[in-house]
Design a protein around this ligand. Structure first.
Ligand code: N2P
Length: 338
């Protein structure tokens, strides 16, 4: 009897292990998790789901190659870099008919000009989430993040492009500068700011701001929307001197073992119902025309989630920077090490 049972159990595991699988690598807190089991149920494909917290972490992990992913979710500038370094597969769009739902504004973008490698997932801006019960002044400049009044009440993004970017914007420079002197200046500014910073965080920023642990935080807009939904004292501002606008897209890394499974997953994520579940849950801004129509007024009318064209005028996208990235790495390491 026991033997039979053992054979049956072993058989079950062998069967399970043989299931078609895809490996998905996404940002933390960036999906309605019920979507994963729905995909598994509907397609019979098992999903192994891992998360990362910055583009740079994702890049290092994919480049190291140890684990091969079938779908990943980099941002614009990182997609460009991965295309240039021959790290991405061209997507067969015949297998992604739901691509038709992607708003034209998010097609033909400069990081993937012919729409060959990437499918937009969410987009947004970088700005300041602040607690109006703790900040009694207008927030319209990056300078406030250097105001000693807010010592240990400031959260910065633990993400080198974003934090160096904020310092560059404060100095009036481009987010894409390759000028070493300007980068050094930005690095110095971040070092000066460090005693005022409570913590460098990524996904933890939402809980900390909702709990009132800090007064000001540099955030990606979707996290601001989530924070505002949970704490009415929270507000979001894009400084007058401008900011970064970004798009995160689904891509298939070279070396993917199940490209067709990856395309099925990408298409599934673009079905109207699934795109709606995801945007409703994570509150990031969707590029999906039909899913957007299903959203509640409060989020559609929230300028943090869906800013006016005018508000987006003074934004810049990150470009891939080539060799100068070494300087970014060095400067960021120095800032964090102090
Ligand atoms: C969600 C991460 C958002 C990605 N936790 C911003 N590009």
């Amino acid at each position: 009897m026991l033997v039979i049972l053992a054979v049956v159990v072993a058989g079950f595991y062998v069967f399970r292990d043989n299931r078609e699988t895809i490996y998905v690598f996404n940002w933390g807190d960036y999906i309605d998790e019920s979507v994963i089991s729905r995909f598994e149920k509907e397609t019979g494909i098992k999903v192994v789901y891992d998360v990362f917290s910055t583009n740079e972490d994702m890049y290092v992990k994919i480049q190291a190659g140890g684990s091969s992913y079938d779908v990943a979710f980099p941002s614009d500038y990182m997609i460009k870099r991965m295309i240039d370094e021959d790290m991405l597969e061209k997507i067969n769009f015949d297998n992604v008919p739901n691509y038709k739902y992607v708003d034209e504004r998010f097609k033909d973008l400069d990081f993937d000009p012919n729409n060959e490698y990437s499918v937009p997932y969410f987009w947004g801006t970088v700005g300041i989430l602040y607690n109006t019960a703790m900040v009694d002044e207008e927030v319209d400049s990056w300078d406030i993040l250097w105001d000693k009044k807010y010592e240990k009440q400031i959260l910065m993004l633990d993400s080198q492009r974003d934090s160096i970017g904020v310092a560059l914007l404060k100095l009036g420079y481009s987010l894409n500068t390759k000028d070493i002197a300007q980068l050094e200046e930005a690095g110095e500014l971040l070092k000066q700011q460090k005693p005022l910073v409570l913590a460098y965080v990524v996904d933890e920023v939402k809980d900390k701001m909702v709990a009132g642990e800090a007064a000001l935080a540099v955030v990606w807009s979707g996290d601001a929307v989530q924070g505002m939904a949970e704490n009415e004292n929270l507000a979001y501002a894009i400084p007058k001197s401008g900011t970064n606008m970004w798009v995160d897209s689904m891509v298939i890394p070279k070396g993917a073992k199940n490209k067709e499974g990856a395309e099925k997953f990408i298409n599934f994520m673009l079905s109207t119902e699934i795109a709606y579940l995801n945007t409703k849950h994570v509150m990031y801004s969707t590029p999906h025309t039909e899913a957007k129509k299903m959203l509640d007024e409060w989020i559609l009318n929230n300028p943090a989630a869906y800013p006016s064209d005018e508000a987006l005028e003074n934004t810049e996208t990150f470009q891939a920077l080539g060799d100068v990235l070494r300087e970014y790495d060095r400067i960021w390491t120095e800032v964090k090490a102090r």
